[in-house]
Structure formats: C-alpha cells, structure tokens
Design a protein around this ligand. Structure first.
Ligand code: SF4
Length: 254
C-alpha cells in the first residue's frame, strides 16, 4: 500500500509533473523504491501512466544522473515505429557542460551501427565545422530529434518526432547549453514548432527554453550542395560571436 505524502511533498510532486507536461512529457513510469514507499498520484493532473521516481522525489539531479535517468527512461524503446529497423538507440554524445549543442534530425546507417550521432560522412563534416569554430567535438554536445534510424534514411515523420522529442527536450533541459544549433529543417521545425523555409529560419536568434537557438544547414545537405557551406559559415560565425569564440587561423579561411 502506498503512504500519504506530506502537503509540501504533494505540492512539489505536482510542480514536477507540471514541469514535465510543459515539456510535452505525459508518460511516467514507476521505479521500485528501496524503502517500499510508493508515491500516490492524487496531486498529479491525470497522468497517462503511473508516476514516479524513487525517493526523494523532486530533487534537481546532477547532470550525469539526469542524463542516465533519461537514457533509462528511453529503455529498449518501442514507443514509435522507428524501433522496428534500428540496431542501436542513438542517445547523444559529448560534454554535458557544453555551452554549445548541435541537434540533428535522426541517425543514419553509421550512427545506427555505432550508437553515436554524426559519425559518418556528415559527422566528419560536422567535426570540421566544430574545428572551424575553434572547438573540439568533445567540447560540444550532439543529439538528434529521433533516437532511432528511419528506414532508408527517410525524414522522420511528425508523429515519430512528437513521440521522441520529449527525450531531447529533457537532454537540453539537463545540459542547459548557451546556444543550440538546429541542423537542418527537421530539427529546426520540430524545436521551434514553426513551418518555414530554411531561408527564413536561418540568420536570426530564437529564444528557446533559456538557450539561444540558431538554425543552419544539415551537414548531409552540405555534402549534396557544398555551395551552401558559405552560408553555413555565416550562421556559425553568428554563434561564435555570441559565445566569444575565435576560429583558428587556418579554419577561418575555409
Ligand atoms: S525514435 Fe525515439 S520514440 Fe521512436 S522507438 Fe526510437 S527512442 Fe523510441
């Protein structure tokens, strides 16, 4: 049987649930508690599933624990149809204290194989872009809107993005980067909930959950149309200016 919570714990629980709902997270799962204490749901507004976490409840977790909890919540996910063809869930990689976070749309074949985002040819180009900004790949955090490879590298569909993106939002909320760069239209449109052309989405700042967000071309698109590298460099320079980054002399000329 579950024990009653104190009024203050109920209030904190309700605030926590409300916080997750605001991020678009509606599914909650109960983890076993060491002390056998179960948290009643009376204070939560109609969650789709059972809440919650082991005690103590509404504690702000440290970043490694928070990211670990997100990965555990994803589990061996079958929430959307993309689970059918994947080899690996591609969670995200990089510096959890990064000022800069890149968000792509979803894993490709190499990423699916290795379980890490941006490791194929597009990943190499992203690494070059990061170097041109005077940073290393290990300095930034990299993730995707969907964590499983869409079949044939097709664009992830809206319902797939809607189902998976709460995990990305939790990653962003945990890392709290100063700047997020949305790579390509799918990432930009999903994060910003805007349906506009890349031409209109690029070249400006957006306020996004306490971070600044900029939009640029996806490296895979740049491989197909290298003429847009110049435009991408302009976007990255905007980010560098905001973060106070200086390019290494060689990269600045590329
Ligand atoms: S893409 Fe996301 S929601 Fe869909 S199965 Fe993979 S982890 Fe789950």
């Amino acid at each position: 049987m579950s024990k009653d919570l104190s009024p203050s714990a109920k209030k904190q629980l309700a605030a926590r649930v409300s916080y997750y709902r605001e991020m678009g997270i509606y599914d909650f799962y109960r983890r076993p508690s060491d002390e056998g204490v179960q948290i009643p749901l009376a204070a939560a507004p109609e969650p789709a599933h059972e809440v919650t976490d082991a005690s103590p409840l509404p504690v702000i977790q440290d970043k490694p624990s928070a990211l670990k909890a997100i990965r555990e919540d994803i589990g061996d996910c079958t929430r959307c149809r993309l689970h059918k063809g994947r080899k690996n869930i591609v969670f995200g990689v990089g510096n959890m204290n990064a000022d800069l976070m890149f968000v792509g749309e979803g894993p490709g074949a190499d990423e699916d194989e290795q379980g890490e985002p941006f490791v194929g040819r597009a990943g190499q180009l992203l690494n070059n872009m990061i170097s041109a900004m005077g940073l290393k790949r290990e300095d930034v955090y990299i993730a995707n809107v969907v964590k499983c490879r869409p079949p044939g590298n097709r664009t992830p569909e809206k319902d797939e993005c809607d189902i998976c993106s709460p995990f990305l939002l939790r990653q962003i909320e945990t890392i709290q980067p100063k700047v997020i760069v949305a790579l390509g239209a799918v990432a930009a449109k999903n994060l910003l909930a805007m349906n506009d052309s890349m031409a209109n989405l690029r070249g400006r700042w957006y306020d996004f959950r306490g971070s600044k967000l900029a939009v640029t071309y996806h490296p895979a698109y740049l491989l197909r149309d290298p003429r847009q590298k110049k435009e991408t460099w302009k976007d990255l320079q905007m980010v560098m200016k905001y973060l106070g980054l200086k390019p290494p002399p060689k990269s600045a000329e590329e």
